[in-house]
Write a protein that binds this ligand. Structure first.
Ligand code: BES
Ligand code: MN
Ligand code: ZN
Length: 503
C-alpha cells in the first residue's frame, strides 16, 4: 500500500473514497455535522435506525452524489470517545483496510489521524493509523497460484488527510516511523508463515543476514561445530533429531556509544516443533511452523531499531533448531549438559524451547547486557491462561516488567504478569540432574519461566511467552489469520521508551 500525506478539508477533497471516523457519543465533530447537513440528515437517520451508531469497527458506506467531491464516504466507528485510544484508531484503520482489501479503488483519503482522540498526540495518531492500514493489508499469498487469489490489494494510492495547519515535518517523520515498524512486523509475519519445508535454521539465518544488510547491522551465525566447541549441549540436544543443522544467529546493532551496555533480545527459533520423541498429536501440528515466532520478533525488532536509528545498542540472539523425532533424537530421561554447565534431565522432549533458550541466555551474558528480554512460544499453558489477547510476562526485575507492560498497553500488544515465586522451583527439581525440563501440568507457563530464570541469574531479565498471541486463528481488524508478528511493536515501543527515559 502506497501511503502519502495530503493536507486539506475532508469534505472538499476529491477522492474515490473518503474515510471518516465517528464515536458513539460524539456526533458534534464539525465534519460529521456538515456531512449530515449536506446529505439531508442521512447520518442521523443511520444512527436512529441502528444502521451505523459509531460502535467500534462498525462501517457505513455512503455514495453521496453531487453535494460532495468524494465519490464514496466510508464511516468507521471508534466506540465511546472517553474509552478511545490509539488502539481503537489502529483498529478502525485496520477495519477500513480490511474492508477495501481486494477492491480496486483508485485512491483512498483517510482522515482518521485528524480525529480528536483523548490523550493522544497528532504524531501518535498518524503512527497508529498508518500501522492499522499497513498491518491489515498484509496477506501471505506467495504460494497461491490459483485464480481466486485476490489481485489488486486495495486502493492504488492512500492519502492520510491532515489539517492544513498540521506540523508537516513532524507528520512526515511519524508516517515514516510507522512504515518502518509495519515493514518489520510484516517481515516477522512472513518468516512465521513460511512453511517448514522451506524454513530451515539456515533459511532463518539467511533471512536475518538479508535484514542486517538492508539496515546496516551486524549478523553472525554459529553452526554445529562452533556450538559444539562452545558447549551448547542443550541446544544441540534438541537439534539432534533433525538432519537440518542448527545454528545460533547473533545480531548486533550499535546505535549508541561503543561503551554503552547493550539491551539483549533473545528469541526462540524452533523452525518446526513436532515434539520430538514425545510426539505431539496430529491435530494442529501444522501450526508448529510458528514456533520460531520469538526469533522472528527479535530479527524484525533489530530491523526496526536500525532503520529507526534508535540511539541504543542491541544484541539479538536466536537459537534456531528443528525438533523432530528420529533414531538420533534425544529421549525422555536423557541428561544434557548446558552451556552454563548446569545439567538438565529431559523429561519431555516437547519442552524443547526452554532447552535452547537456556543456552541462548547463557550465551548472551558475554555481552554484559544492561537488561535481557527473551521472547518465546514456550508453553501451551499460556494459551490456556490468557488466550490470544495477551502474552505472559515474568521476570526478576519489577521495573523492567512494568516498563514492558507499559509498552504493551501503548503498542496494543498487551502483557499480563504471572508470578515467579520461589515455591514454583520445587516442581522442576530433578533427582538425577541439576534441573528437569518440565514441572508437570500445574502452572506450566510459570515453571517454564522458573527454568529459564536459572540461566538468567545475575541478569536483569524478563521473559515473554507469546504461545497464545503469535498465531491468530480468527481474523481481527489488524490481523489476518496466521502469524501476528507479535512482539515487534511491543519491543520497538519498549526500546523507544527506554531511550526517552534516559535522555
Ligand atoms: N512450542 C510449544 C508450545 C506451544 C504450544 C506454542 C501451542 C504454541 C502453541 C512448546 O515447545 C511445547 O511443546 N511445550 C509443551 C511443554 C510441556 C511438554 C511441558 C506444552 O506446552 O505442551
Ligand atoms: Mn515443544
Ligand atoms: Zn516448541
Amino acid at each position: 500500500m502506497h501511503l502519502t500525506l495530503r493536507f486539506g478539508e475532508p469534505l472538499q477533497t476529491r477522492t474515490a473514497c473518503l474515510v471518516l471516523g465517528a464515536f458513539t457519543d460524539h456526533w458534534q465533530e464539525p465534519a460529521l455535522r456538515e456531512l449530515d447537513r449536506l446529505l439531508d440528515s442521512r447520518l442521523q437517520a443511520a444512527r436512529r435506525s441502528g444502521e451505523f451508531t459509531g460502535k467500534a469497527n462498525e462501517l457505513l458506506l455512503l455514495q453521496p452524489g453531487s453535494p460532495l467531491p468524494a465519490q464514496r464516504i466510508l464511516l468507521v466507528g471508534l466506540g465511546p470517545r472517553r474509552q478511545a485510544g490509539l488502539e481503537q484508531l489502529r483498529q478502525a484503520a485496520g477495519t477500513v483496510a480490511g474492508h477495501l482489501h481486494g477492491k480496486r479503488l483508485s485512491d483512498l483519503a483517510c482522515t482518521l489521524p485528524q480525529l480528536e482522540v483523548p490523550r493522544t498526540s497528532p504524531a501518535a495518531r498518524i503512527e497508529a493509523v498508518t500501522e492499522g492500514l499497513l498491518l491489515a493489508g498484509y496477506r501471505f499469498d506467495r504460494y497461491r497460484t490459483d485464480s481466486e487469489r485476490p489481485k489488486g490489494v486495495g486502493p492504488r494510492k492512500t492519502w492520510l488527510l491532515l489539517d492544513r495547519n498540521a506540523n508537516r515535518l513532524e507528520a512526515a517523520a511519524a508516517l515514516e516511523r510507522a512504515q518502518i515498524v509495519a515493514r518489520a512486523v510484516n517481515l516477522a509475519r512472513d518468516l512465521v508463515n513460511e512453511p517448514g519445508n522451506i524454513k530451515s535454521p539456515a533459511y532463518l539465518a539467511e533471512q536475518a543476514r538479508v535484514a542486517a544488510a538492508a539496515a546496516g547491522f551486524g549478523c553472525s551465525v554459529l553452526g554445529r561445530d562452533e556450538l559444539q566447541r562452545e558447549g551448547c549441549g542443550a541446544l544441540l540436544g534438541v537439534a539432534q533429531g533433525s538432519i537440518r543443522e542448527p545454528c545460533l544467529i547473533i545480531l548486533d546493532y550499535r546505535g549508541a556509544a561503543e561503551d554503552e551496555a547493550p539491551v539483549a533480545l533473545i528469541g526462540k527459533g524452533v523452525v518446526f516443533d513436532a515434539g520430538g520423541i514425545s510426539l505431539k498429536p496430529a491435530e494442529k501440528m501444522d501450526e508448529m511452523k510458528m514456533d520460531m515466532a520469538g526469533g522472528a520478533a527479535v530479527i524484525a525488532t533489530l530491523l526496526a531499531a536500525a532503520l529507526l536509528k534508535l540511539p541504543v545498542n542491541l544484541v539479538g540472539v536466536v537459537p534456531a533448531v528443528e525438533n523432530l523425532p528420529s533414531g538420533s533424537a534425544i529421549r525422555p530421561g536423557d541428561i544434557l549438559t548446558s552451556l552454563s554447565g548446569q545439567t538438565i534431565e529431559v523429561i519431555n522432549t516437547d519442552a524443547e524451547g526452554r532447552l535452547i533458550m537456556a543456552d541462548a541466555l547463557t550465551y548472551v551474558r558475554r555481552y554484559k547486557p544492561r537488561l535481557a528480554v527473551d521472547v518465546a512460544t514456550l508453553t501451551g499453558a499460556c494459551t490456556i491462561a490468557l488466550g490470544q489477547h495477551a502474552s505472559a510476562v515474568l521476570g526478576n526485575d519489577p521495573a523492567l516488567v512494568q516498563a514492558l507492560r507499559m509498552a504493551g498497553e501503548r503498542s496494543g500488544e498487551r502483557l499480563w504478569e504471572l508470578p515467579l515465586w520461589a515455591e514454583y522451583e520445587q516442581q522442576i527439581k530433578s533427582e538425577v540432574a541439576d534441573v528437569k525440563n518440565t514441572g508437570g501440568r500445574p502452572a506450566g507457563t510459570i515453571t517454564a519461566a522458573a527454568f529459564l530464570q536459572r540461566f538468567a541469574a545475575g541478569l536483569k531479565w524478563a521473559h515473554l511467552d507469546i504461545a497464545g498471541t503469535a498465531w491468530i486463528d480468527q481474523a481481527r481488524p489488524c490481523h489476518p489469520k496466521g502469524a501476528s508478528g507479535v512482539g515487534v511493536r511491543l519491543l520497538t515501543t519498549f526500546l523507544r521508551e527506554q531511550v526517552q527515559k534516559q535522555s
